[in-house]
Design a protein around this ligand. Structure first.
Ligand SMILES: O=C(O)CCC(=O)C(=O)O
Length: 280
């Protein structure tokens, strides 16, 4: 897809096709990030598990330390292309624990944020899908925000989006953009993927974007695709279909400001009756 010009902040969502081959994933990633940067994107975001097929049986085999091979690769890719790079996620090994971890780089290649998925994806929908990340992964325990060209970004990974409180904490911390690398599936994707993003966007008056791998119908876990970006009014600004592609979203800081002014819900909350608290 061609990038729109004249953006306030141009965000690229790289919906790459992830294979069972780490070197091939890294080299495809380098090509796609190069295309996004050439198209004018200032911030480029990759999918959940971009170097590894999504599935508990793959996490240990593909896991790496941070810093490690993949994160060094991401750092040099950010620098080479002069972009802010949100490195989707990778399985991270730390001692005898594994995490689902996202790292973020500045255009100088500096690591500026690291998020370990806080809410592990353990679900069982009889006859449809059962998944238990906690069989192999441990949960993170920290919020993750970073600054990009006047924007404050809150980071979550996939299932993290189902927890309204996390987005509310990020809004309280001053975020105006939330990013969720994610890989919903063919059951929960059509039902909830867009709905959750629009809900988080309208409730918190922020931009929300999610980045999925492309759909591979032969994979053990079939990702829904449909990477998308929603504005604070709840409208779709960009949406991919299921194939490998890059979609672009122009983020307008004035849009956030005016919606917050026009419907000032953050000032109209009733802390005398309820409050979202964060503990760390
Ligand atoms: O919440 C969902 O339906 C999907 C979550 C997921 O796939 C994940 O957390 O990786």
């Amino acid at each position: 897809m061609t990038a729109p010009q004249g953006s306030n902040l141009l965000l690229a969502l790289v919906q790459m096709a992830v294979k069972q081959n780490k070197p091939a994933n890294l080299s495809r990633c380098a090509e796609l990030v190069g295309i996004a940067a050439q198209s004018g994107a200032k911030i480029v975001a990759l999918p959940e598990c971009f170097n590894c097929p999504y599935g508990t049986k793959y996490f240990s085999e593909y896991a790496e330390a941070v810093p490690g091979e993949t994160t060094e690769f991401l750092s040099s890719l950010a620098k080479k292309n002069q972009v802010w790079l949100v490195g989707g996620s990778i399985p991270e090994r730390d001692g005898n624990k594994l995490y689902n971890t996202s790292t973020v780089y500045s255009p100088t290649g500096q690591l500026i944020a690291k998020h370990r998925k806080i809410h592990l994806f353990d679900i069982n929908i009889p006859g449809s899908i059962s998944f238990k990340e906690s069989e192999t992964l441990s949960a993170g325990a920290a919020f993750t925000t970073f600054d990009v060209m006047g924007w404050k970004v809150g980071l979550g990974i996939c299932y993290d989006i189902r927890f309204a409180e996390l987005a509310q904490v990020y809004a309280k911390l001053g975020c105006n953009l939330l990013l969720y690398p994610g890989a919903f599936n063919m059951t929960t994707g059509p039902a909830h993927w867009e709905l959750l993003q629009r809900a988080r966007a309208v409730d918190n008056q922020v931009y929300v974007a999610s980045i999925s791998p492309a759909r591979d119908v032969n994979a053990d876990y079939i990702a829904y695709g449909h990477s998308l970006c929603v504005d604070p009014w709840g409208c779709l600004v960009a949406e991919a279909d299921e194939d490998e592609t890059i979609v672009y979203a122009e983020l307008d800081a004035n849009e956030v400001k005016s919606i917050r002014q026009n419907i000032p819900i953050s000032k109209q909350k009733r802390p005398d009756l309820y409050q979202v608290q964060y503990k760390k």
